[in-house]
Design a binder for this molecule. Structure first.
Ligand SMILES: C[S@@+](CC[C@H](N)C(=O)[O-])C[C@H]1O[C@@H](n2cnc3c(N)ncnc32)[C@H](O)[C@@H]1O
Length: 313
């Protein structure tokens, strides 16, 4: 049976259920569908590999997923400027998904709250900051947003643990996947994973400041920018970096995927870049609606809204 016929039959079935049994039937359907989706994803070899990579990286990094060689710059502009270091925790969304965090909270190895007055029950939620894309965000990029990537080059600017690169390798046929990363420890970590999982045929790591890699920006077909500068560069450097992005990512039809939207990143630092003559936003709202149902049991947990997509004019 094809999709359209299946949905028609499902509608017919729904309308034939006794009114008093509808809720019971829908709750049963929800459980059954979640179980089938879990089984589908467990049988997927790409998911098995990426989960094994996540587990390996969790073992080799401290809980907050940061290295001793990197330098975090607390934002001075925009909504993250009020992040109080005492009540902000860095939790890498690629390494620790909501279920893993729940398990850790239950074991007592992580907390979601801090105590306002010690021993009192007055608690406030900690602010969670991630410096990596989550697995659903990565799968959304390569399973929904980007079509055939054969003979195409994907560039992840600031590739960190390599999360996006492994996703591009496993969930797409991109012929070349390049990560540029400033931090030497993360470059070493990514190279270890690439070697361990035999991915060097399509993934390459460049240890560099992206400012020195204009040619990669000029020639790539897809450029991914996941909040790459905000926590790592001061506002002046960010201005120069965004200027370099808009000067160099100019090949017609290049796809740019960003978290958050470029408009938001630029407004935080008041960058005078004319977006109208550079890029066109692509409406991905319908794809988000479909993907949320696939990747999240509770749609409230979705982090796909942060993703934006553009095409170079
Ligand atoms: C928010 S993380 C993004 C991680 C990854 N792209 C992902 O989505 O999972 C940003 C990374 O960019 C790196 N970075 C910041 N500025 C950079 C620059 N000018 N050149 C290269 N890498 C940079 C940081 O070291 C950090 O690891």
């Amino acid at each position: 049976m094809q999709f359209e016929e299946a949905t028609n039959q499902f509608q017919t079935l729904l309308s034939s259920i006794r009114q008093s049994d509808i809720e019971k039937f829908l709750v049963w359907s929800k459980q059954t569908i979640n179980g089938v989706l879990d089984d589908l994803s467990e049988g997927d070899n790409a998911d098995v590999v990426i989960n094994s990579i996540r587990e390996g990286i969790r073992q080799s990094l401290p809980l907050e997923g940061m290295t001793e060689t990197e330098h975090i710059v607390k934002p001075t502009h925009g909504p993250n400027a009020d992040c109080n270091p005492a009540t902000t925790v860095h939790v890498d969304a690629f390494l620790y998904d909501e279920d893993t965090i729940d398990e850790m909270v239950e074991e007592g190895t992580m907390s979601r709250n801090y105590c306002v007055n010690c021993l009192s029950k007055q608690v406030k939620p900690l602010t969670f900051i991630t410096h990596s894309a989550s697995l659903p965000q990565i799968k959304f990029m390569f399973q929904y947003l980007l079509e055939d990537l054969r003979n195409k080059t994907v560039l992840d600017v600031g590739s960190r643990t390599g999360a996006v690169l492994y996703g591009a390798y496993l969930y797409s046929e991109a012929s070349s996947v390049i990560g540029v990363e400033l931090d030497p420890t993360f470059c070493q970590l990514q190279n270890n994973i690439i070697q361990q999982y035999d991915m060097a045929d399509r993934i390459k790591i460049v240890h560099s400041d992206i400012m020195q890699q204009a040619e990669l920006l000029q020639t790539s077909d897809v450029v991914i920018l996941n909040n790459v500068f905000e926590f790592f560069m001061d506002a002046n450097q960010q201005l120069k970096l965004w200027k370099s992005m808009s000067d160099n990512i100019r090949k017609k039809d290049t796809i740019i995927i960003t978290i958050p939207g470029i408009e938001e990143s630029l407004s935080r630092i008041q960058a005078p870049i004319d977006l109208g003559s550079w890029i066109r936003p692509i409406d991905i709202s319908q794809l988000k609606e479909q993907a949320v149902l696939k990747y999240f049991k509770d749609i409230e947990d979705s982090d796909l809204d942060d993703i934006h997509m553009y095409q170079v004019l």
